[in-house]
Every structure is written in C-alpha cells, then in structure tokens.
Write a protein that binds this ligand. Structure first.
Ligand SMILES: NC(=O)c1ccc[n+]([C@@H]2O[C@H](COP(=O)([O-])OP(=O)(O)OC[C@H]3O[C@@H](n4cnc5c(N)ncnc54)[C@H](OP(=O)(O)O)[C@@H]3O)[C@@H](O)[C@H]2O)c1
Length: 235
C-alpha cells in the first residue's frame, strides 16, 4: 500500500449500505478497512473488494463493545500510520411500531447503545488518530426518522438514537473545527437492505454516493451538516 493513500474505516461494512460505502470510498483510491462484528465476515467482504482491484482489508469491530472499538482504531493507526476517514454506518432498528409510552426498555437500551453510543465510541477512538495528521472526515449515517421537525410515533428508540447522532454530529463538528476534521451526517433515504424489510427507493450503491462525497470532502467543505442526496436536509 502506498504511503499517500487515505485510510478509511467503515463500520458494519460486511453488507448493506456499509459495504457499498466501503466500495465507493475504495474506488476513490483510498485503502478501506472493512469491519464487522464477526472477523470472518469482515475479511470475506474485504476480499471481495480486493478481487475488484481495490485496496481493502478486514478487521473485527463491534461498536457496542468498547474494547473492540479501541482495539480496531489502535490497530489501524499502528498498521497504516494514519486514520483519515471514519464512516459510522453500523446500526440496528429493532423497535418498529413501538410507542414511547410502552417501550420495551431493553430494546431502547440496545438501540441507544449501538446507534448513538457506538457511533460516539468510534469517534472518540478515531479522533486521536486523525489529530496526528491534522486531517479527518467523520461521516455519520443518520435517518430521516431522526429529523426533529418530523418526529412522530413508532420506532421510538431508533428515532431517538438518530436525533442523538445528529446532535453529536453538530457538537463534534464545532469542537473539531480547528483540527482539520470535518464531521457531517447524512440520511440515505429508504435503501434496499435487510434493515428496510423490502420497502426501499434506492439501491445501496445509489445511496452510498452522498457518504462517499462526505468522506472525501476538500478542506473547505461543510462541517456539522445533515445531508440527503448531497443536499442539506432540515433537521
Ligand atoms: N436501509 C434503510 O432504508 C436505512 C434508512 C435510514 C438509515 N439507515 C441506516 O443505514 C445504516 C446501515 O443500515 P443498512 O440499511 O445497511 O442495514 P443492514 O443491512 O441491517 O446493515 C447493518 C450493518 O450494521 C452492522 N451492525 C449492527 N450492529 C453492530 C455492532 N454492534 N457493531 C458493528 N456492526 C454492527 C451489521 O452487522 P451484522 O452483519 O453483524 O449484523 C450490518 O453490517 C444504519 O445506520 C441504518 O440506521 C438505513
């Protein structure tokens, strides 16, 4: 691998939108660390990208496990000497139809621990690696379901988790403004993945475009924004 290559970590990139984002970033010339809860799933997906002539490797990463997160980011820093791009894609949606007033609090805890805490954990572990080179692009995968003005009933913990992801995006962007680290979030729309249960308007490849764009922004690019198909989305 050439030393000038950007190095990207994409969480939950063994399948679905994450795999399409990993492929899209690798096509820009970066090295992509494909990650998954199960190491063999990460390595299998990375090998698929390598077979397409792209630069990729696989690493175990469970964003709900602090030790796994710390190990993955430190390994990337050690192995490649840099971590330029983090796409926080991994997420779960396990409370469809649930009302806030009668929520299963175990599902709430699991959803928040993965979608918001997991995203946050990955950021805190990756930022020190990014600061070493005064360069970073953090892209958080959010959802229209976390748009503040459109909050309604159903999927309560998923919605709350994505509101949290949007808030974290704004706060980190403001904190890191002078560190060369741009932090943005985007909603992919309804994408044909396991999470969408067949209700989709976009293929993972179509939806990945905005995330690849945000992952490769120039230094005067936006920070602290929420986007949909490259356009700013109202929070
Ligand atoms: N599909 C849509 O319509 C849609 C709409 C709006 C937003 N999104 C967002 O898009 C992102 C990707 O979802 P998707 O549609 O591609 O769903 P998906 O096909 O279900 O993929 C989810 C990915 O996240 C991984 N994951 C779940 N928990 C994890 C954990 N604790 N640690 C590491 N990886 C974990 C899964 O890994 P395993 O294989 O191990 O389960 C899988 O790779 C999510 O953040 C989701 O909220 C999707």
């Amino acid at each position: 691998m050439s030393e000038a290559k950007r190095v990207a970590v994409v969480t939950g990139s063994n399948r679905g939108l994450g795999k399409a984002i990993a492929r899209g970033i690798a096509r820009t010339g970066a090295h992509v660390v494909v990650t998954a809860r199960a190491e063999d799933a990460a390595v299998r997906a990375a090998n698929e990208l390598c077979a397409e002539g792209l630069s990729a490797s696989g690493h175990q990463l469970d964003i709900a496990d602090s030790a796994s997160v710390a190990r993955a980011m430190a390994d990337v820093g050690y192995q490649y000497g840099r971590l330029d791009i983090l796409v926080n894609n991994a997420g779960i949606a396990i409370d469809r139809g649930q009302a806030a007033a009668s929520a299963d609090m175990e599902k709430v805890r699991a959803t928040l621990d993965t979608n918001i805490m997991g995203t946050w954990r990955c950021c805190t572990a990756a930022i020190p690696e990014m600061r070493k080179n005064k360069y970073g692009r953090i892209v958080n995968v959010s959802s229209h379901m976390g748009t503040f003005g459109e909050l309604g009933p159903g999927s309560v913990s998923y919605r709350v988790s994505k509101v949290g992801v949007n808030a974290l995006t704004c706060i980190l962007a403001a904190e890191l403004d002078n560190d060369g680290i741009l932090v943005n979030a985007a909603s992919p729309g309804k994408v044909d993945t396991r999470l969408a249960y067949g209700k989709a308007n976009y293929t993972p490849e179509e939806a990945a475009d905005t995330f690849v764009w945000l992952a490769t922004l120039p230094s005067d690019g936006p920070t602290g924004g929420l986007f949909f198909q490259r356009r700013p989305l109202d929070w």
